[in-house]
Design a protein around this ligand. Structure first.
Ligand code: ADP
Ligand code: MG
Length: 263
């Protein structure tokens, strides 16, 4: 493997890949338009169970749209997306199934402000998974422990810092026992001192072997956890590679330009 030096902020120890040979997401020739704006152009992407993918690229390149298509928050017009054996289409039963198997964490946490932290975590398991209340409560507390804020259980989202709220949002997704976790710029709304506490939780999640697709520009995080880094620009996947090659030896001019702007 490459011995090329990394940049000054040396990445943490690279995690061993958890990728298996089993395909869990298969995206083929996907095209999507917002009215006449062509936002995703012939996207092909195969993700293996346990694989960890980082997606980066300029603002407006289609990163959010792509991952929102994977849990059917957005519809695509052409091509096929198969997630966990289920083809995404207008079938509502399929959409419900996908939403329970695919967790999503957003930039702005999206917690319910009028519910306590514990109730935020218990809602999905009770209403979607039909879990008994006592079990949902135990699960919620277990995951709050995992993200290291069990003492916040009875507070409301507005009483927590951004970093704490994002960890609650991650715990809330995990309470549903998803097979895949999608993250859309999970740290970009956070003050700098809170970014690490969220990334640490995500690294721990990666260590459990979770299949993860993470839109982020946190390059040290990418170097630590990613099996592959994907670079998008103007609705295309322009380049993809394992992180060391991606950062040290980018092939396309657009990738080089992007990296020169963020590093
Ligand atoms: P990224 O996440 O890479 O910043 P997005 O997927 O959010 O990119 O957006 C890609 C492009 O699609 C942008 O030009 C954006 O303005 C446009 N776009 C995103 N969502 C919508 C929408 N709901 N309706 C119309 N245009 C949209
Ligand atoms: Mg986005």
């Amino acid at each position: 493997k490459s011995n090329t030096p990394m940049d000054n902020n040396a990445a943490e120890e690279k995690l061993v890949s958890a990728a298996s040979s089993e395909v869990i997401i298969n995206i083929e020739k996907v095209n999507k338009w917002y009215d006449d704006f062509h936002v995703l152009k012939d996207i092909d992407l195969v993700v293996k169970k346990g694989e960890r993918i980082v997606v980066c690229g300029p603002s407006g390149s289609g990163k959010s749209t792509l991952i929102r298509c994977i849990n059917n928050l957005e519809e695509h017009q052409e091509g096929s997306i198969v997630v966990d054996g289920i083809t995404l289409n207008k079938n509502l039963k399929n959409i419900d199934h996908i939403r329970t198997e695919v967790g999503m964490v957003f930039q702005n946490f999206n917690l319910f402000p009028h519910l306590s932290i514990l109730d935020n975590l218990m809602l999905g398991p009770i209403w979607v998974r039909k879990m008994p209340k006592a079990e949902a409560r135990a699960t919620a507390l277990e995951y709050l422990e995992r993200v290291k804020i069990p003492e916040q259980a009875d507070k409301f989202p507005g009483q927590l810092s951004g970093g704490q709220q994002q960890r609650v949002a991650i715990a809330r997704s995990l309470c549903m026992n998803p097979k895949i976790m999608l993250f859309d710029e999970p740290t970009s709304a956070l003050d700098p001192e809170m970014i690490k506490e969220v990334l640490d939780v995500m690294v721990e999640l990666a260590e459990t072997g979770m299949t993860m697709i993470v839109v982020t520009h946190e390059m040290n995080f990418a170097k630590t956890i990613a099996d592959r880094v994907i670079f998008m620009d103007e609705g295309d996947i322009v380049e993809e590679n394992e992180p060391l090659q991606f950062f040290n030896n980018p092939q396309h001019d657009r990738t080089k330009l992007f990296l020169s702007q963020i590093l």
